[in-house]
Structures are given as structure tokens and as C-alpha cells.
Design a protein around this ligand. Structure first.
Ligand code: MN
Length: 349
């Protein structure tokens, strides 16, 4: 670690402005890792800024930023271009699809390596479940001051990425958890954890329950227009936990996009395949066996089906699903829709 720390600092020698960049919407592991890197690289002569390319979505992430006073802000491509050094944490340059990276000097991440990373300094450890655990090692090697806030951020970052320490923890993760455990402020951590739902989201939960269709273990609910698709995800995560439900599909409309979120009980089903087969040829769709998501723009849907028409969208979504899997047919029937023969999207998309 000493050697790594030395080369990491060497890359930054002479740099006055460093940007720690988080790809897309900031999540706890990325935020905590960025804060740790700021602590390691910041000096009297060098300022380190934390920026993200997306937006703060989930209420617990907003609450983490607020409670831990995290100095993170959204950055544009133009902003990023002004820095001497750009460091990426919890992501790799190849992940950046809708953001033109002006440069990339440092990469510290735990995701599997997708492609060779071109950066002055790269530390990628797929055997770790979080970047926060890697950053904890840097802090320890640097003998840096770890405040209660920084320890809490890292502890929560690991907790989130390991799904409450339940993942297959490696030695690095376990050691970081042990070390941070005594330093993190448990009260702040639980306050962040208990802000999972925004007050506004309660209205959509109400709507979701009212509009739910539950037939033979398949539950479907269309929320109509919502401000953020996160609420759609939260409702789906909730509905799949209902007894004897093995498929939960929740749809909503955000701006000009229909979002469909899939969850199942994980037994002999493939949510990603279903999403791709039903919507892959008219929009973007994908995911894992247990959870998936599809997004379809209004332009890709025929003119007589408007995203603002809740009944038409319910039938449209369920008809597309029924074409792929007949388990959705009874739900489609319950909304007055009819299954029509049609082409199933390529399952290889
Ligand atoms: Mn992570």
C-alpha cells in the first residue's frame, strides 16, 4: 500500500486542481470513496473537488450528502476539462457513455475490468465488494485523519455495496469493516438508512396499491407520470415481497419515456431476458435474472398509444409481456386488453 500511495501522489505532483469524478448518479460507495481520495490528495496548495455527471436520485443518497456535509456537485464536460487531474472512483473510463471524459489520470475501482484502463494510475480490485474498502487501506497507509463523517461515509458505502455485509466478503472488505466500525457514527448511519423513502414517494405507493393487478402470483401496477423513475423501482422492490407473488412488474412514465421495472422471486425465471424480448427492439432493455428494466421512448410507440393514456399504456405493456410469456395473459385480460400475435424482439439484443 505504501508503494501504491507513493505512485498515486506522484501522479498529482504539481497539480493544483484535482477533480474526483463519479459517473452518473452518486451512490454511497462512490461518494465515500471520493471523500477519502479528497482527504488523501488534498494539500494546502492543492484543492480537490468532488463532481458527479448525473443527478442525486435516491432519498438516502441525498440524506447522506446532507447529513455528512459531503462537498459534491454536478459537473459538466466543460467544468471537468478545467482540472489538472481527473480521478475516477467506483467506475472505469469505459463506463462513461453520455459524458465525454476530457482526460483520466487516476482510476480506483472494484468492478470487474472491462477493458484495459489507460490512466497514469490504476488500481482495480474486483475481489473487493466495494471501493470504500480499498480507499480505507489508502487512508490507513497514509495515516490520514479519518473524521467521524469520513468513517461513517465509508462504513455506509461498504454496507450498501455488500447489501448489509451479506455479500461474499473478502479479507479486504472484512478488515475495512472492522477498522471503520469503531470510528463510524452509528446514529448518522442509521439516520441515512432510514431515509429510504421521500415523503412524496408515499403518494406513488398509494397509487401503486390502488392500481395494482394481481392474478395468479403476477402483480402489475402502472403509476402513470412520475417525477423520478426511482419510485418505480422502490414500488417493484416492495411488491415482490408480497406473499405468493413471483413476478412484480411496475411501469411509469418519466418525461417522454416509459420505464418498466421487473422483479421476480429468482426461481427459474429471467427478468433480463423477458425485458429484452418484450422491449429490446423498441427501446433499451436489460438486467439480471432477478431484476431488470426497460425504457421506451414515445417515438418508438405507435401514434395511437400515448404515454399520457394510463389505460392504453397498461395494455401496451402487458400485451408486450404476454407475447413473450403467457403467465402475463390473465393480467392483460384483467385490464381489458387482448393478446395479439406479434414479433418477439430478438433475445440476443
Ligand atoms: Mn461500488
Amino acid at each position: 500500500m505504501r508503494e501504491r500511495l507513493r505512485s498515486l501522489r506522484e501522479i498529482c505532483s504539481g497539480a493544483k486542481d484535482v477533480l474526483v469524478l463519479i459517473y452518473s448518479n452518486p451512490d454511497p460507495d462512490a461518494l465515500a470513496s471520493a471523500l477519502a481520495l479528497k482527504e488523501i490528495l488534498g494539500t494546502d496548495e492543492r484543492s480537490v473537488h468532488i463532481g458527479y455527471t448525473g443527478a442525486v436520485g435516491r432519498p438516502e443518497n441525498a440524506s447522506m450528502i446532507k447529513l455528512l456535509k459531503l462537498p459534491a456537485a454536478r459537473v459538466t464536460e466543460e467544468d471537468a476539462a478545467k482540472y489538472d487531474i481527473i480521478a475516477i472512483v467506483d467506475a472505469q473510463p469505459q463506463f462513461f457513455v453520455d459524458f465525454g471524459l476530457p482526460r483520466c489520470d487516476i482510476v480506483i475501482d472494484h468492478h470487474p475490468l472491462r477493458d484495459r484502463v489507460r490512466a497514469g494510475y490504476a488500481d482495480i480490485r474486483p475481489e473487493y465488494l466495494s471501493t470504500s474498502a480499498i480507499m480505507t487501506e489508502y487512508l490507513r497507509a497514509a495515516r490520514a485523519t479519518v473524521t467521524g463523517n469520513l468513517a461513517s461515509a465509508l462504513y455506509y458505502g461498504i454496507k450498501t455495496d455488500t447489501r448489509n455485509f451479506l455479500g461474499e466478503l473478502g479479507r479486504g472488505d472484512t478488515e475495512a469493516i472492522r477498522w471503520l466500525g469503531g470510528k463510524a457514527d452509528r446514529e448518522i448511519v442509521s439516520r441515512i438508512e432510514f431515509s429510504q423513502f421521500s415523503r412524496e414517494s408515499l403518494d406513488y405507493f398509494g397509487l401503486a396499491l390502488q392500481r395494482r393487478r394481481l392474478v395468479n402470483g403476477v402483480i402489475f401496477s402502472h403509476l402513470g407520470t412520475v417525477p423520478f423513475s426511482d419510485v418505480c423501482v422502490q414500488v417493484a422492490d416492495f411488491l415482490i415481497r408480497v406473499e405468493n407473488v413471483y413476478w412484480a412488474v411496475v411501469s411509469c412514465v418519466v418525461d417522454d419515456t416509459l420505464v418498466v421495472v421487473f422483479r421476480n422471486d429468482g426461481i427459474g425465471k429471467d427478468a433480463g431476458l423477458l425485458a429484452r424480448s418484450a422491449f429490446g427492439c423498441i427501446g433499451s432493455a436489460g438486467g439480471h435474472r432477478g431484476m431488470a428494466r426497460a425504457e421506451v421512448k414515445q417515438d418508438a410507440i405507435s401514434d395511437d398509444i400515448l404515454l399520457s393514456d394510463d389505460t392504453a399504456i397498461e395494455r401496451f405493456v402487458l400485451a408486450a409481456l404476454t407475447k413473450v410469456d403467457p403467465v402475463f395473459a390473465p393480467v392483460l385480460k384483467s385490464v381489458g386488453g387482448q393478446s395479439a400475435p406479434g414479433i418477439v424482439c430478438s433475445t440476443f439484443s
